[in-house]
Design a binder for this molecule. Structure first.
Ligand code: TXA
Ligand code: MG
Length: 331
C-alpha cells in the first residue's frame, strides 16, 4: 500500500473522509502526538487499528470528537464537577473517562463499561474531526511499544506501507500524550499523567487523586501494564542523584567504542561532551515537547541512549518522567 503524506486542506480532508467511511484508517496530528484514527462505531475499522499497530486487544482506545460534538450521544450521566473540567481544559490535552452508552463499537473500550473521550486543541485535528463529524477512535500512530510519533515523518517510519494517508500538521507542540482522567467517581482520578497535571485538575475541582495499581488488582487503565515508548537502541536510566554513576557508565561505554548519547535536562548537560548530549530543555513544557523528538533522534544516532531523570518531579514532570522511565528502563 502506498502511504500518502498530505497537508491538511479541502482535498486531503475529502480523501480522509472517504477512507474512514469505507472502514479504513487515517493518521492525523493532535497537539500531543499523532493519532491513528478510524470510525469508532465500526467493529471492523476498530479491529484494523489494533491489527496495524500490533496493539494488545485488551488496551482500550480513546474516542476523539470536535469541540461542538454532542457528548450526550456517547455518554450517560456525569458527575457535577465534570463540566468545570471541560470548561477549564477543553479543547486540550485532557482525556476524560466517562460511563459509556454503547454508542460505539465494544472493541473501543475492550469490554469496559467506560469510554475515554478527547477533544484535541490542534487546529488541524479540529478541522479533520469536524469534516468527518464522527467519533474517531485513535491511539498514538506508532507500532505498539515504540516511541510515540510527534511528526508525520515519525508516523511514516512506523506505519508507512500499512496505512493509506497521513495528514501532516507539522510537529506536535505538546509532545507527550494527553492526561487520562477517570471522572466516573466523586473525585477525579488521573490514570495517565500528561500535560494537564493533577495539581491543575485539583485547582479547578478541589481534589484529584492519582491511580496507583495495588498488587494483584486488575489495572483500571490497561495501557499501564505494557512496556512503552521504547527506542530501538539499548537504553539505560539514571536518577538525578546518580550523576557520578552515569558519568562512569558513559566513559566505560565510550571506551568500548559504543556510540553513546545522554538525554538530560539543560542544567546538567555541561557534565558531558556537547556532541553527546540530547538537550531536553529547561522548563517542564520544553521537556515534554522535546522528549519523543529526542528519543527518535537518539535511536537513530546511538548504540546506547542514557536517560537521566530530571530533578523536578511534580506537575507536568510527572508525565515526562513516567514516559522517560518507561522508554529507557522498560518495565
Ligand atoms: O494524546 C493522546 O491521548 C493520544 C492522541 C492521539 O490523542 N492518544 C493516545 O492513545 O495516547 P493511546 O491509545 O496511545 O493511549 C490511550 C490510553 C491507554 O493508556 C488506555 O489504557 C487508556 O488511554 N484508556 C482508553 N480508554 C480507557 C478507558 N475506558 N478506561 C481507562 N483507560 C482507558
Ligand atoms: Mg500510545
Amino acid at each position: 500500500m502506498l502511504t500518502n503524506v498530505s497537508p491538511i486542506n479541502a482535498d486531503s480532508l475529502r480523501v480522509a473522509k472517504s477512507i474512514l467511511e469505507k472502514g479504513g484508517v487515517v493518521a492525523f496530528p493532535t497537539e500531543t502526538v499523532y493519532g491513528l484514527g478510524a470510525d469508532a462505531r465500526l467493529d471492523s475499522a476498530v479491529e484494523e487499528i489494533y491489527k496495524i499497530k500490533g496493539r494488545p486487544s485488551d488496551n482500550p482506545l480513546i474516542v476523539h470528537v470536535h469541540r461542538d460534538y454532542d457528548l450526550s450521544l456517547l455518554i450517560s450521566d456525569e458527575q457535577p464537577y465534570v463540566k468545570k473540567l471541560r470548561e477549564a481544559f477543553l479543547p486540550g490535552p485532557l482525556t476524560l473517562v466517562y460511563r459509556g452508552k454503547n454508542a460505539v463499537s465494544k472493541k473501543v473500550s475492550c469490554g469496559l463499561d467506560t469510554l475515554a473521550i478527547r477533544v484535541p486543541a490542534h487546529d488541524g485535528a479540529q478541522e479533520f474531526l469536524r469534516s468527518v463529524d464522527m467519533p474517531i477512535a485513535a491511539p498514538s500512530a506508532n507500532i505498539s511499544k515504540h516511541i510515540s510519533p510527534v511528526s508525520a515523518e515519525h508516523v511514516l517510519e512506523d506505519l508507512g506501507g500499512r496505512i493509506p494517508l497521513i495528514l501532516d500538521g507539522g510537529r506536535c507542540s505538546g509532545g507527550i500524550e494527553s492526561t487520562v482522567c477517570d471522572v466516573t467517581g466523586e473525585i477525579p482520578v488521573v490514570l495517565r499523567s500528561g500535560l494537564i497535571s493533577m495539581e491543575m485538575i485539583a485547582d479547578v475541582v478541589g481534589r484529584c487523586d492519582t491511580y496507583i495499581p495495588k498488587a494483584g488488582e486488575q489495572v483500571r487503565s490497561p495501557g499501564m501494564k505494557y512496556k512503552h515508548y521504547a527506542p530501538k537502541c539499548s537504553t539505560l536510566l539514571f536518577e538525578f542523584n546518580q550523576l557520578d554513576e552515569a558519568l562512569l557508565e558513559f566513559r566505560r561505554l565510550l571506551e568500548q567504542g559504543k556510540r553513546v548519547l545522554i538525554l538530560c535536562e539543560k542544567e546538567i548537560g555541561y557534565l558531558f561532551p556537547k556532541e553527546s548530549v540530547l538537550n531536553l530543555g529547561a522548563t517542564e513544557t520544553e521537556m515534554a515537547a522535546n522528549l519523543y523528538q529526542l528519543l527518535h533522534e537518539g535511536e537513530k544516532r546511538a548504540d546506547v541512549l542514557i536517560g537521566i531523570v530530571p530533578k523536578k518531579h511534580d506537575g507536568i514532570m510527572a508525565g515526562v518522567i513516567n514516559r522517560l522511565s518507561k522508554a529507557c528502563a522498560g518495565e
